[in-house]
Design a protein around this ligand. Structure first.
Ligand code: ADQ
Length: 461
């Protein structure tokens, strides 16, 4: 069969649906997000399946069809969830891969469940993938799946994509299971990363810690060859662009400027509440501006949206308290009756409301200490068809290699960040628009659909 007509199986930690309570009992609902909207039509067209976990521990439901896509559930027990997901994935890999901005923990009693959950994913996939399928494995939870799957099903074409950064030797080399992880990924035929730098790191790591030989971007190991490239992820540009021009959203964005901003200019932050996102640094920089310029609180308001995340991990609960303490300190020090300098919302917003807020914000602060890509930056750009809006962007995001006309900052430098926020607010309109137009060209020319197509084209060759 021509390889592009081969069925496609997506393997990811989570299924693209979640269980919700409807009026006629519980039902499955498609999860929001660009990845799910980009991949579901392709899986539907190609036939195949989506393999993943439902989000609930214990016995997994039987495979089911939803939206004309077959969903195959992988069971995860409560103790595996603790040790595999909260332990190895989010206590070892997540901090280590994000430049060890928090100390990673290495525990053998986390590693063993990581191996067994990866085996479970590989077995379920091997049992459900149609003959000769293309299988696309996603992210740091499943790095051993490609090689396990290749042993079970040599007929498959296997791809692997890492959504987070891959650190250089000095950091990755600390991982006690570095060889197993690298060889696990190397079972794939195509391995994709967010940036060239991540791809280069992989090639060096493969040479350093395994028996692999590399030839430009091809890796050879034990008679198997794989291609390693950068495939920067993106967003559904048109969806944000169109929504930002919807009359209801324009109206809502004006309302937000009045209600939240009370006529002041809005400086926005939007993140999952994670220690890699540099939320505290940007609050400190905003505080510094308030301290330096007495009139500033009448001119600007900072709005910080934080989506709750991984709240069962102590570190994340502490981060939340720390952020809320800083917000409290700033408001305690600088607020006047009826005039609050920082508005903080700890919740997820509906799509329309999020776009209205993007549109209303004159400046967006994206200041992660490390980030694979950062889709918030691209969403903000897509919501500014009128050419307004200044993006202040951390150099340490994948997005920085594409959005080169953003105002770049080093998020470790509070002084530099403070000055950059002041600069963002004083840029002439023509300069703002020139920078924004350039970034819009970049994002509109490479959407999440192009990302999926280019990865699958490489997998299909
Ligand atoms: P994340 O770390 O989750 O993704 P990001 O790429 O910024 O980071 O995506 C966050 C998503 O959550 C965005 O689509 C954003 O709109 C949404 N969101 C955030 N706050 C919200 C709020 N309050 N209300 C509603 N929606 C909100 C991981 C990697 C990234 C990589 C992506 C995709 O860490 O580096 O870009 O995967 O590969």
């Amino acid at each position: 069969m021509p390889s592009r007509d081969r069925p496609l199986v997506i393997v990811a930690n989570r299924l693209p649906v979640s269980r919700v309570r409807g009026t006629e009992g519980p039902r499955w609902k498609r999860s929001p997000g660009g990845l799910v909207s980009a991949l579901t039509p392709i899986v539907r067209r190609a036939g195949g399946a989506w393999v993943g976990w439902t989000g609930t521990t214990g016995k997994a439901p039987d495979p089911f069809e939803h939206d004309r896509i077959k969903h195959v559930c992988v069971p995860i027990s409560r103790s595996q969830l603790q040790r595999f997901y909260y332990g190895f994935c989010n206590g070892t890999i997540w901090p280590l891969y994000h430049d060890a901005v928090r100390q990673p923990e290495y525990h053998r009693h986390w590693w063993r469940p990581y191996v067994s959950v990866n085996k479970r994913f590989a077995t379920v996939t091997a049992e459900s993938a149609p003959p000769d399928s293309r299988v696309w494995v996603h992210d740091y939870h499943l790095q051993l799946v490609p090689s396990l799957l290749r042993q079970m099903r040599p007929d498959l074409r296997i791809g692997f994509f890492l959504h987070i950064p891959l650190p250089p030797e000095e950091l990755f080399g600390r991982l006690p299971w570095r060889r197993q992880i690298l060889e696990g990924i190397m079972g794939a035929d195509v391995v994709g990363f967010q940036t060239q730098r991540d791809a280069q790191n992989f090639l060096s790591l493969a040479r350093r810690y395994t028996d692999a030989r590399t030839e430009k971007s091809i890796v050879h190991l034990h008679g198997h060859s794989l291609q390693v490239s950068a495939f920067p992820i993106s967003i559904d540009f048109e969806r944000y662009d169109r929504m930002a021009e919807d009359p209801r959203v324009i109206e809502r964005s004006k309302q937000l400027q009045q209600q939240v901003g009370q006529g002041r200019r809005i400086v926005l932050g939007v993140d999952r509440l994670d220690y890699t996102k540099g939320i505290d640094v940007r609050l400190r920089a905003f505080q510094e501006l308030l301290a330096r310029r007495r009139d500033f609180k009448r001119e600007c308001v900072m709005v910080q949206l934080a989506v709750p995340s991984r709240e069962r991990i102590q570190e994340y609960r502490e981060l939340r308290s720390r952020i809320e303490e800083i917000v409290g300190q700033i408001n305690g020090e600088f607020a006047e009756v009826g005039l609050i300098p920082v508005q903080y919302l700890h919740r997820e917003l509906p799509f329309e409301e999020l776009v209205a807020l993007y549109r209303a914000a004159e400046v967006l602060l994206v200041t992660p200490l490390a980030d694979g890509m950062n889709l918030v930056a691209k969403e903000y750009v897509a919501a500014h068809g009128d050419g307004s809006g200044v993006l202040v962007l951390s150099e340490f995001t994948g997005a920085a290699s594409e959005l080169q006309t953003a105002l770049m900052v080093n998020p470790h430098d509070v002084n530099g960040l403070t000055e950059m926020i002041a600069l963002a607010l004083s840029l002439p309109k023509r300069e703002v628009s020139r920078r924004m137009q350039r970034m819009r060209e970049v994002v509109s020319r490479h959407t999440v659909y192009d990302w999926a197509d280019s990865f699958l084209a490489a997998l299909t060759d």
